[in-house]
Design a protein around this ligand. Sequence first.
Ligand SMILES: *Cc1c(COP(=O)(O)O)cnc(C)c1O
Length: 384
Amino acid sequence: MREIRKINISQPSLGKDEWEALKEPLTTGWVTQGPKVAEFEKRFAEIHNVRHAVAATSCTTALHLALAALGIRSSEEVIVPAFTWVATANVVEYVGAKPVFCDIERDTYNIDVSQMEKHITSRTRAVIPVHLFGLCADMDPLSEICRTRNIHIVEDAACAAGASYKNKKAGTLGDIGCFSFHPRKIITTGEGGMCTTNNSGLSDRLFCLRNHGASLSEEERHKGASPYVLPDFNVLGFNYRMTDLQGAIGLVQLRKLSSFIDQRRHRAQWYREQLKDIAWLKTPTVTAGYEHTYQSFVCYMDEHKAPLTRNEFMELMHSRGISTRPGTHAVHMLGYYADKYGLKPEDYPVSRDCYLYTVALPLHNRMTEEDYQYVVRKIKEVSK
Ligand SMILES: *Cc1c(COP(=O)(O)O)cnc(C)c1O
């Protein structure tokens, strides 16, 4: 009988510990942002060697908070890579500013810093380098360009919890870093996000903005001696508060972060060795000084050498029970951006190619040894 397995592209690793952790907030009744979120923030900051961490409801809202805290406004421009999840550009639209796309490097899938300068104008206020799939962008030259021109840096570290660049953690490489705890990322709280910063002024603004712009937090009010004191609202804020149910789960997930990443690195290396003779499938580049998290294991398919197209390959894998995905979008080709800014696919050719020819293979912390062997066996059958 032909063997068929069902292998998801990604699957969160949640269990008894997370289940147990929910008991306390459920029992005390403190389910909105409170002590668990505060503890989660503190631990997250410690692990990322950063002074402040501010939780939010997602990485998208964390990014929105970051741009708001930096005071980015309409008529201003923010540079974003063209190959990324759509949210990276959407948050620029949320504050009324204009996303200006920059093409990426084919090897790393990250912003091509050598092309960044041509996109800078007198209106450029910030850049959002994305640490795509868990590999940090080349932050040294990028920071140098920004420093001399007073351009803020917001790291989209959605996939990069625990990643590092030249011994510095993701989330400490710009003014503000933003992380995601969506189930497709390394650790999860269902939905969830986090801002990190070493700047206490920015941290205060992030705290205030995520809680309606209130001058006092709920906890401060709860503990306060004067029941008549209501917070003042001097800025326009949002309700981007994480719940304590999520904070409790996040604390447990955070304890597992480094072992999750170790397992992923081990599996990525194994894939790389197993697939090295398949000339049409380029596995992710390893660069010295970068600690990749392998949130996704994204390969580039050379259709000239391959016996089938990328989409045929994906369909074939699907028929064998193996889920694969294109790496991510070329955001400039999505209807909203193409229409609004009159963008053509060839404006950012590397991003377009990566959208068309990349494929993420399943790699996550719930896959078994047999699952990995099955995936490799099925890929090798294709190339015979
Ligand atoms: C997942 C992701 C986001 C969005 O994160 P959410 O927590 O789902 O809002 C943003 N940017 C990148 C690069 C992502 O991969």
